[in-house]
Design a protein around this ligand. Sequence first.
Ligand SMILES: NC(=O)c1ccc[n+]([C@@H]2O[C@H](COP(=O)([O-])OP(=O)(O)OC[C@H]3O[C@@H](n4cnc5c(N)ncnc54)[C@H](O)[C@@H]3O)[C@@H](O)[C@H]2O)c1
Length: 395
Amino acid sequence: MADKKIRYGIVGIGKQGSRYAGQLFAGMDKNGVLSAVCDIAQDRRAWAKEKFGDKVKVFENYEDMFNSGLIDAVIIDTPHYAHPVIAKKALEMNIHALSDKPAGVYTKAVREVAEYAKSEKSNIKFGLLYNQRTSKIYKKAKEIIESGQLGNLKRIVWIITNWYRPQAYYSQGGWRGTWAGEGGGVLINQDPHQLDLFTWLAGSKITSVNAIARTVGRQINVENDVTATCTFENGATGVFITSTHEAPGTNRLEISGDGGKIVISGNADFTMKLEFTKLETLEPEFSKTNTVFMGKPKNKTIKVKFMPHEIIKGLLVDKGQHINVIRNFSNVLLGKEKNLIGNYEEGLNGLTFSNAIHLSAWLGRTVSPQEENFEDLYYEELQKKIEEEKTNSVK
Ligand SMILES: NC(=O)c1ccc[n+]([C@@H]2O[C@H](COP(=O)([O-])OP(=O)(O)OC[C@H]3O[C@@H](n4cnc5c(N)ncnc54)[C@H](O)[C@@H]3O)[C@@H](O)[C@H]2O)c1
């Protein structure tokens, strides 16, 4: 008997969902097969019929696709607000769900689904498409931190300002760049991977956030320029700077600890490098024993260069971060691998940071995700932004 394959359905076959549909249809996951797709837009359904013919069933709404008995798992690729709504429906129907980033727009909705999944559907898998967790460079950073070589973390700083988006991007209309359509700007659209990695690498809960979030040089209501500071439960502090209007932009992540510093820099699309400067003696130990005025701990630098993309016949070829997450999902469902690359509950960490940055900027004060009513307060303030946008739309 042929090995069992996971039968996938995809909700939302726009820019991103159509990419996964094409990859599954092309057999890029040997344990998965594309069985159905669904989109509310007629032109996307027409595209699917033309591209996949009779081999893939095309639906107008996800409820019909879930009821069809044709799929074991769904990949969710609609605009963000619908992610937790569709995920909950899938779980109710005993269909495994893999949601694209972000997990949702506000933590209240995501937490409700995560709690439902945990208490009612523990046999159904619920994952997040955090493809950048499969990047060799971030995996290496995580490995160094977990090995203890960096010692206690002191600070994590990420400047990620190379998400350049001109006015034309925002002026194209649709759901992007609006409070009602996507619930934010650079934080919710471009940054979910970095916000996830920031909290994943720190390995600790964020306890307070102070932020400025503004709109610079674009006719939009949502933020495209953010400077945030935070504290972590483990005693480290963090700085997160991001924008879509700086040219040239920067991508630089620095993680410092008692044992030295990791620096990751470069453009994600081309070559990136990781440098680990390792101290010979842990810094607190050095300071305690050193007697030289202005003495400094000795160190050695280990340079690691990565090519996230390979050059094959002169073309940059995607090494497949996204399909690797789908393969991992199939493998976990088939019992061939144990852990999901991103489980749904972890989606809360980056989103909590994102919501806390917004809330701090809106209220003009330091906020804590642990403060009473944090989630309700965020939800209420977001509704105000959506209301204001109705009468004050600049797009
Ligand atoms: N992991 C990544 O690297 C990555 C990259 C890009 C986008 N994304 C995520 O993918 C999601 C989609 O982004 P996109 O760029 O493909 O957007 P898009 O607008 O191109 O596609 C969204 C599609 O969803 C359809 N849709 C909307 N509501 C629906 C519903 N209720 N039922 C069925 N179909 C519905 C729309 O008609 C559209 O075709 C976003 O949440 C985005 O954050 C992830």
